[in-house]
Ligand binder design. Structure first.
Ligand code: CA
Length: 233
């Protein structure tokens, strides 16, 4: 099996060393960069399977690196995990909206880092589930957007069209964090002016209807929402 390749962009030598050591020990091929410029050049040249991107970097910051990676057709599909400090939630929201796949907050344990990397590599690219008739099954929860039907442990639940799209979209991407604006544009769309545009209202009513499965929709403080990833370690 090919060793998966990760580019780590981080300006703090101590953190870089720990990250490199732990990812290498897990069998990944790791290359490193200490600034945004160097990181961008490395990613373009090496076309890795994943980028681990510190947001606070000298010169071009992590958000700008993310923006440039997403704007370039060659690098746009490479998954990005942002590395942030506490209190950088607004940057996380921006990064997720730009197309970053996940984030991890310093200080993190090697175990947490490796779990996050594995989850993102396993997950694959974001699916556009709007209008897709895909059936999503998570434990006792079945969401069938084509039939506009959802069941919990075999019992049908009545959802509004928005709740149905929201649940289908989240459940189709377990473990992935979405900002509120991202959910609004992906689930509700620009044309639905008559619907309440406060995503929290829809999540709140959806959770009530999910009953015993309400905790499957997790709140990520300061950022947004995530469907529980039951397969994560
Ligand atoms: Ca830094």
């Amino acid at each position: 099996m090919k060793r998966e390749h990760i580019v780590v962009i981080e300006d703090e030598p101590d953190i870089l060393e720990v990250v490199q050591y732990n990812l290498t020990r897990e069998g990944y091929k790791v290359s490193t960069a200490k600034s945004g410029d160097e990181g961008l050049a490395r990613v373009r040249k090496e076309n890795p399977d994943l980028v681990l991107l510190d947001l606070m970097l000298p010169g071009i910051d992590g958000i700008e690196v993310c923006r440039r990676l997403q704007a370039d057709a060659v690098t746009a599909a490479i998954p990005v995990i942002m590395v942030t400090a506490k209190g950088e939630e607004s940057d996380v929201v921006t990064g997720l909206a730009l197309g970053a796949d996940d984030y991890i907050t310093k200080p993190f344990s090697p175990k947490e880092l490796v779990a996050r990397v594995k989850a993102v590599l396993r997950r694959g690219p974001l699916k556009d589930t709007r209008g897709a008739g895909e059936r999503v099954v998570r434990n006792g929860l079945v969401v069938d957007s084509a039939k506009h039907a959802a069941t919990i442990d075999g019992k049908s639940v009545t959802l509004t069209a928005t709740e149905m799209r929201l649940l289908h979209f989240l459940a189709a991407h377990p473990g992935r964090v979405f900002g509120r604006d991202q959910l609004l544009s992906r689930v509700i769309g620009e044309h639905a002016v008559v619907i309440d545009r406060n995503i929290d209202v829809h999540v709140g009513s959806l959770r009530k209807k999910l009953g015993p499965y309400r905790d499957l929709i997790e709140t990520v403080r300061g950022v947004g929402y995530r469907f529980a990833d039951e397969t994560a370690s």
